[in-house]
Design a protein around this ligand. Structure first.
Ligand SMILES: *[C@@H]1O[C@H](CO)[C@@H](O)[C@H](O)[C@H]1NC(C)=O
Ligand SMILES: *[C@@H]1O[C@H](CO)[C@@H](O)[C@H](O)[C@H]1NC(C)=O
Ligand SMILES: *[C@@H]1O[C@H](CO)[C@@H](O)[C@H](O)[C@H]1NC(C)=O
Length: 419
């Protein structure tokens, strides 16, 4: 293949991966645009921040905070210290902290798009938790650095390895230092992967009380869409070598043109793109989807997308592969990148896992691989929920997620005793 051909193919593949990995979001967005229905005008002024636009307006307290990672990224963090109905100054009962970690190509706003009584952070606050919403580097409110500018390639020189090494520890340390208590964690999608990988390396666990993993992603071999096949057969590993680190901004891409190119691809049914890509989300209200479209997707780095593609293709959760053995040796002292060995997750770590039967990204077979790895986990520390009708985005935006999922998360958190 010519260099131009290779680049073209590589770009196409990254776009495919965009759809695959950000799955529901981009797919829904795409479907909507595709059918000519524009989302409503921006409901939120982005300058306002997440507290002002989505929390304070509902009568909850909310603080905008920032945390600087060891490698210099300044991350935004929102704290909702208590529920709406809380009688302040009352009982001295300490509230347990909960960190919420979103997935790839979205930010912390993604937890707050339903009416307040259906949103996980607000439900947690109302149930007596001290809620902290994380926002990964590169997303709208986390685009600052002590020395780098987002317009420079060096700002985007990271993959989820750095979210594991820097972002998560920074947020955990901060919350732990402010509350002095062990932390409950809720992750969705990539937010589950980086947590599992961290735990497998013994990171965070000394500050962790329990973790709820919604739509868990650790293995990605079975994403069941035609697009997955295209991605899996490709060699996106070369992309960073070709282009260097860069911002991967879904909003900056010609989505319409991309969709047209997808529709002529064999096996892609544009009449049902949403279902074909994400699995059929059973329970998302169209007004929530409109809000979603005016707020997401958010940027990540090309290197992060490539890393995810590597996980899809190799079927094993490993560190970023620089492809050239010399580079791997330089970074890891080995020819192949080291794996995150999930067997090493401490067996007594309280884990709640909830997965969906219709999820095309977090495929049932891949979750079963994860559960198989966890088969030596202490039985009373692992709680698994399977929701037949749920797909990827139902876990964060489903109108009935409160009753089906969040209720169980809260009950799980409430029943773990700190050790
Ligand atoms: C990206 O980071 C690697 C080290 O991990 C370094 O060798 C490379 O020069 C960096 N590239 C840019 C553009 O900062
Ligand atoms: C969908 O959202 C609209 C607007 O917020 C609301 O009026 C309607 O009741 C919602 N539907 C369901 C099933 O929750
Ligand atoms: C992962 O860790 C387990 C237990 O420590 C070990 O038996 C296994 O060989 C490791 N797997 C790999 C691929 O290193």
């Amino acid at each position: 293949m010519s260099l131009l051909g290779l680049m073209h193919f590589a770009i196409f593949t990254v776009l495919c991966l965009l759809v695959l990995t950000c799955v529901p979001y981009q797919a829904e967005a795409s479907t909507r645009f595709f059918f000519g229905r524009k989302p409503h005008v921006d409901v939120f002024a982005s300058e306002d921040g997440i507290c002002a636009s989505s929390v304070l307006v509902h009568g909850y307290k909310c603080q905008e905070l920032e945390v600087t990672t060891e490698d210099g990224y300044i991350l935004s963090l929102q704290r909702i210290p208590e529920g709406r109905a809380q009688v302040s100054g009352g009982g001295k009962k300490q509230r347990q902290p909960v960190i919420l970690q979103h997935g790839v190509l979205v930010d912390g706003m993604t937890w707050l798009l339903n009416p307040p009584e259906q949103d996980l952070p607000l439900i947690l606050a109302d149930n007596g938790f001290d809620v902290w919403i994380a926002n990964t580097r590169g997303t709208r409110y986390s685009r600052r650095h002590t020395s780098l500018d987002p317009s420079s390639p060096a700002f985007w020189n990271w993959s989820f390895d750095e979210l594991i090494s820097y972002d998560l520890p920074a947020v955990f340390d901060y919350v732990f230092s402010k509350t002095g208590q062990k932390i409950n964690y809720v992750g969705h999608s990539l937010g589950t992967l980086i947590a599992l990988a961290s735990f497998s390396e013994g990171k965070l666990v000394n500050k962790l009380k329990s973790a709820a993993l919604l739509s868990p992603v650790a293995y990605l071999s079975h994403m069941h869409t035609q697009l997955a096949v295209v991605a899996a057969k490709s060699f996106v590993g070369e992309i960073t070598t070709l282009f260097g680190p860069a911002e991967f901004n879904p909003k900056g891409l010609p989505v319409g043109a991309f969709l047209k190119s997808l529709c002529v691809y064999p096996g892609i049914d544009c009449n049902d793109l949403l279902t074909a890509i994400t699995g059929a989300n059973c329970c998302i209200n169209s007004s929530t989807l409109d809000l979603f479209l005016s707020n997401e997707p958010q940027s990540t780095s090309t290197k992060n997308m490539v890393h995810l593609a590597q996980i899809v293709r190799r079927g094993v959760l490993a560190k970023f592969n620089y492809v050239r053995p010399r580079y791997n040796v330089m970074h890891y002292g080995e020819i192949y990148p080291p794996i995150y060995n999930l067997s090493n997750i401490p067996h007594d770590l309280p884990l709640f896992i909830s997965y969906g039967g219709q999820d095309a990204l977090s495929d049932v077979r891949d979750v079963e691989t994860l559960l198989d790895i966890l088969k030596l986990h202490d039985v009373d520390k692992l709680s698994v929920q399977f929701i037949k009708d749920y797909a990827h985005a139902d876990f964060i935006m489903g109108i009935n997620a409160k009753d089906i999922v969040y209720k169980n998360v809260i009950s799980f958190f409430s029943h773990q005793v700190s050790n």
